[in-house]
Design a protein. Structure first.
Lengths: 274, 304
């Protein structure tokens, strides 16, 4: 039923918007590989081959090695903690009934729309009082709490949908609730869990406001915070800034390209099922 | 024998997964503890702080509703909320409109290579907003790509330092938000449109419906759930846009691009008006709740 014209228009539109989506990315890449002395802000192919030196510069002069290490540590702990805690809680919400479970579950759902801006001010004063600002804890604990809202909500949907018959069969085989969860439901739920993991990974890796407020010493800076300070100090050094941006974006983009379905599914909250 | 079977069955029932179990609390407890201490409790404190005057160091004094009254009276607080609502046109309305328009054009074609297009179009959503900000700063810079292009096509008189211009800084930041949100909307609507039964389109055409009518009577109603999701996600993202503002304009020039999310940070940590900052944060929360509930009521038809 579709005419050749319709096909042409469709692909034309898709290509146009793909180009628009990629233009800023291409700009950053060409600047990052460009000559460090060039004042040109990009979009021309780098002269004289690719300049990897911008990356080594960002790594050593910009201390991005340290920042990346901090980001990896914080992200790993937040993702691990969120996964374990969310799976446990969602399991209870999904397959057990106990008084108050609905109210408790909705408490978690509220967190999906609660903006960080409404938490960060008291959190800063609380953690400073506890002597935890300028430590990894000040980044890990609040971000774990915020990720739990999504994690619990997402995993409960999985446990709700997991076949009752499977749970029943495990119980008849003598498995208690704990063994049923870890031996049966978690292995079966690997797709749902990996979606939660990649989304939490991305949010934590990209998080800026929490880091800006909680960290003032350089030793605990994460990469987004490092880039913001970098821009303040070296705003004229476009190629260094661009190289640093690439270093920040690369880990998420690599995982995204490999697992794009999981990303999109998670970010649209299960609204699109294919 | 029969009785024993029945007893057995009811014994099973008592342990069946759907039945009340105290052990559920144990599973929920660890998550709830972290969540309560680092999310629910701070939110409660924000509400409390919004009713006091406090500079972050000395003693807090009761403020009654002063901080909230200021949201309406103080022009430097009214402006950020006005900006946020205006930005929602760019962050939410425009991406949804563009997405719908394109979905309308494209819904009849089965696209090959959709995985590629989906990956590229959705890409802006996964980049750190700090990185997005850095990239767009260089595009919107006085000698950046946008001005270079304008000069190259003979429209040099339109070139200006976009982010430093009192009139244009806000729309310029808005365009960045449109860039971030459009791909998400397109993907949502395309996926949704593919699930609208073909027969509906064929029936519409048999009835002599043109493209516009077809869009209004088939595509649009069929995409209701997706529109609700798109609006909700983009509204929440648009009102939580601290990172982008911080990195591109820091609320400037003057306070031309100041938004509530930025104002919370600015007041709490730069000008020591902690009570006022908390009130802005709580008001922002209320705004998000009201808008998302309204969207699900209006678009999904009271099924929230």
């Amino acid at each position: 039923m579709t005419t050749r014209l319709e096909r042409g228009v469709t692909y034309g539109i898709l290509t146009l918007f793909a180009v628009i989506a990629l233009t800023p990315v291409a700009g950053i890449l060409s600047t990052a590989f460009g000559s460090p002395d060039s004042l040109d802000t990009g979009f021309s192919l780098p002269e004289g081959g690719l300049h990897w030196s911008n990356f080594t510069d960002a790594w050593s002069r910009g201390h991005f090695g340290t920042y990346l290490g901090n980001s990896v540590l914080v992200t790993a702990v937040v993702v691990a903690a969120t996964t374990v805690l969310a799976v446990l809680a969602a399991y209870a919400f999904g397959v057990m009934r106990f008084p108050g479970s609905t109210v408790l579950f909705y408490l978690f759902v509220i967190g999906l729309t609660l903006p960080q801006e409404a938490l960060v001010v008291p959190l800063y004063f609380d953690l400073r009082w506890a002597g935890l600002t300028d430590t990894y804890w000040a980044l890990i604990l609040p971000q774990t709490a915020q990720s739990l809202a999504f994690g619990v909500f997402w995993m409960r949907t999985y446990f709700r949908g997991s076949a009752r018959a499977v749970i029943e069969a495990a119980r008849i085989d003598g498995a208690n609730t704990w063994t049923t969860l870890w031996r049966v439901l978690v292995p079966m739920g690997r797709p749902a869990i990996s979606t939660m993991v990649v989304i939490t990974f991305m949010w934590t890796w990209n998080e800026f406001l929490m880091a800006l407020v909680m960290v003032s010493d350089e030793a605990h800076r994460t990469v987004p915070l490092g880039l913001a300070f970098f821009q303040g100090q070296h705003s004229s050094d476009a190629s260094l800034l661009a190289a640093a941006s690439v270093l920040i974006a690369l880990p998420v983009v690599v995982v995204y390209v490999a697992l794009q379905r999981r990303f999109i599914e998670g970010m649209l909250g299960g609204a699109v099922k294919e | 024998m029969k009785r024993r079977l029945a007893a057995l069955r009811s014994g099973h029932r008592r342990q069946a997964p759907g039945e009340p179990r105290a052990v559920g609390y144990l599973y929920v407890l660890p998550a709830l503890a972290v969540y309560a201490v680092f999310l629910l409790y701070p939110f409660g404190q924000s509400v409390w702080l919004s009713f006091v005057h406090w500079d972050g160091l000395g003693v807090a004094t009761p403020a009654g509703f002063d901080n909230y009254r200021d949201l309406f009276r103080d022009p430097s607080l009214r402006a950020p909320f006005a900006h946020a609502l205006l930005l929602l046109l760019f962050y939410s309305a425009l991406p949804v409109a563009i997405g719908l328009l394109l979905a309308a054009v494209m819904s009849r074609v089965r696209v090959r290579g959709m995985t590629f297009f989906r990956t590229v179009l959705f890409l802006p959503q996964v980049l750190a907003l700090i990185v997005v900000g850095v990239a767009w700063r260089s595009i919107l810079a006085p000698d950046g790509l946008l001005n270079d292009t304008l000069r190259a096509v003979g429209l040099g008189s339109l070139a200006r330092p976009w982010l430093g211009d009192y009139t244009w800084a806000l729309p310029a930041v808005g365009v960045v938000g449109t860039w971030v949100g459009t791909g998400l909307c397109m993907i949502l609507f395309l996926a949704g449109a593919q699930r609208i039964p073909r027969e509906l389109y064929e029936a519409a055409r048999m009835d002599g419906a043109g493209p516009v009518r077809e869009f209004l009577t088939v595509t649009l109603p069929g995409l209701r759930p997706q529109i609700a999701v798109a609006l909700t996600l983009t509204i929440i993202a648009g009102l939580r846009n601290f990172d982008l503002i911080y990195i591109t304009t820091s609320g400037g020039p003057g306070n031309a691009t100041s938004v509530p999310a930025y104002e919370v940070y600015h007041r709490a940590f730069e000008t020591n008006q902690v009570g006022s900052a908390a009130a802005v944060g709580v008001a922002l929360t209320v705004l998000i709740f009201v808008l998302t509930v309204t969207v699900s009521r209006l678009v999904e038809g009271r099924r929230s």
